[in-house]
Design a protein around this ligand. Structure first.
Ligand SMILES: [Zn+2]
Length: 264
């Protein structure tokens, strides 16, 4: 009997830990609080930023900050206007350009965005950079890190992780966070997301850049350039899933819908 009650409580808690993604409305399981996600990731982010070399290119650094701030502002405005004001509080945006030849960018929870210098030769305009930044902002807004941590925690601990049933929950969260953020993994800081998360970030990123007044149509040409310049590695932004052809096709399909959000 006790067992059944316990199971019932766990199920209720699971139901209450369901969230939904802004814009797409996709239901997601989030069993970790925003605060727990942030505290498990902030140390890794600050360690990374301390060890990384900031770009010496002032103009390009300003470009990253300019595009980043504009997209973050438009995104927050959208969240506030659509009853998601509480979500805005979990963001404390930072936009960095680091001296690193890899073609990569990533976003840690809370909106800590890093663009690598190696990406810049492929970026011809603020609009094209907005494709990159919009995508990374989208990962943060859609809480993909939280979802990935939640999935991993469920796989490892089952229903015991929900609520406070597991006494060392914070240790479990930290340990899962370490693997999710790829500490010591071959990719450096951030592991690639799943195909579902990548596609969602592509769509939402286009909407956010459009809301900020950038031209989402440049995304097609930008991804074609990315595809042509691709080398061996698959860091977060150059994820192999979806494949380039699928990604470019999907983006073409999203554009008419995205256009409705475009700031004139
Ligand atoms: Zn991504």
């Amino acid at each position: 009997m006790k067992k059944i009650v316990g199971l019932f409580v766990a199920m209720l808690l699971l139901l209450s830990s369901c969230g939904s993604v802004p814009l797409t409305g996709r239901k997601q399981m989030l069993i970790v609080s925003d605060q727990e996600v942030l505290s498990s990731s902030l140390t890794q982010y600050s360690d990374y930023i301390k060890s990384a070399q900031k770009s010496a290119d002032k103009a390009k650094t300003e470009m990253v900050v300019r595009v980043g701030k504009r997209i973050a502002a438009a995104t927050e405005e959208y969240l506030k206007a659509n009853g998601m004001e509480s979500e805005v509080k979990s963001f404390s945006w930072e936009f960095n350009l680091v001296k690193d030849p890899q073609v990569n960018a990533f976003c840690m929870p809370g909106g800590k965005i890093v663009v690598y210098e190696g990406l810049l030769p492929l970026v011809a305009s603020d609009d094209e950079l907005a494709v990159v930044v919009g995508h990374e902002v989208a990962h943060a807004v859609a809480k993909h890190s939280n979802e990935r941590m939640s999935q991993q925690l469920m796989a490892q601990y089952g229903a015991a992780i929900v609520g406070q049933a597991l006494s060392n929950k914070s240790a479990a969260v930290q340990q899962v966070g370490n693997t999710v953020y790829g500490l010591g993994a071959q990719y450096g800081v951030m592991l690639p997301f799943s195909r579902k998360h990548e596609s969602e970030a592509d769509y939402m990123g286009l909407v956010f850049m459009a809301m900020a007044g950038y031209n989402p149509e440049v995304a097609v040409n930008f991804w074609q350039k990315m595809s042509a310049g691709k080398e061996g590695s698959t860091p977060e932004f150059m994820s192999t899933h979806p494949s380039d052809a699928t990604r470019i096709n999907d983006i073409k399909q999203y554009l008419p819908e995205v256009e409705k959000y475009r700031k004139k």
